[in-house]
Ligand binder design. Structure first.
Ligand code: MG
Length: 258
């Protein structure tokens, strides 16, 4: 099932995408506690007439550093013994087909990082790995935009990862993929830069959700960005960046000078 969040004359709505149509649903899947609690309102519109918003409005984005074997090797880092967590602020969220603003007043090296994102469906605290799937509403594409020069300069990641527009996500939530082995690709100006299976993750999505939930409570709509594979690189104003995940679709954004 594909769940889209969109705006209808300023009103935020949720819908299910089926057969070229968006069928509006009566409440958000986060209020409903999952897809079982949602009902179609009977209002539908052509898919082409709907502009997707970021598929949730998270209270927080928990991101994972160095979670792919080949990416750790690319940075010359040993494999992590535990997931490495950092936060991106909710104010960094960016809609699909919107502009990443290049913060040239502070940074001169801004990278894309294509990632699979977990969308939390219900409140999760101290969840064992074998029950993690119950707390996941679905998955979407995520770009963990990073000011790489500031990541090196600062002791921690807050500034490098936290600029407004540095968390593009979407275009919708897919509930039916196998997150343990799905192909993830990133294209810069239509040139392929990243192409890996999530099978290369050091910690899989269930292990990550369980681990994070033993640190902090995850709320419905929260996002876990599961780390980027190898092949990260810089973007410039005027570039178009696409994160494509098999079974989900494409998240496309452009970069604009501040
Ligand atoms: Mg990342």
């Amino acid at each position: 099932m594909r769940i889209i969040r969109f705006s209808d004359n300023g009103r935020v709505c949720f819908g299910i995408i089926e057969d070229g149509y968006v069928h509006e649903i009566d409440k958000s899947p986060f209020e409903a506690g999952g897809i079982k609690g949602i009902n179609k309102t009977g209002k539908s519109r052509a898919f082409d007439s709907v502009r997707a918003l970021a598929p949730s409005a998270p209270s927080k984005i928990v991101a994972i550093g160095l979670n792919y074997r080949a990416h750790a090797a690319e940075f010359g880092k040993p494999l992590s013994e535990e997931p490495m967590l950092f936060l991106k602020p909710s104010t960094a969220v960016l809609n699909p087909d919107s502009e990443i603003i290049y913060p040239s007043h502070m940074s001169h090296r801004v990278d894309y990082e294509g990632e699979l994102a977990i969308i939390i469906g219900k409140t999760a605290k101290d969840v064992p790995v074998d029950r993690a799937a119950e707390y996941i509403l679905g998955y979407t594409c995520f770009n963990d935009v990073t000011a790489r020069d500031l990541q090196g300069k600062d002791i921690q990641y807050t500034r490098a990862k936290g600029f407004d527009t540095f968390a593009p996500m979407g275009p919708w939530i897919e509930t039916g993929i196998n997150p343990l082995d799905v192909r993830i690709e990133t294209y810069l100006n239509n040139e392929k830069r990243q192409d890996t299976s999530t099978a290369d993750m050091i910690f899989n999505v269930y292990e990550l959700l369980s681990f994070v939930s033993h640190v902090m409570t995850l709320l419905p709509g929260d996002v876990i960005a599961t780390g980027t594979p190898s092949g990260v690189g810089k973007m410039k104003p005027g570039n178009t960046v696409e994160v494509r995940i098999d079974g989900i679709g494409s998240l496309i954004n452009t970069v604009r000078a501040r």
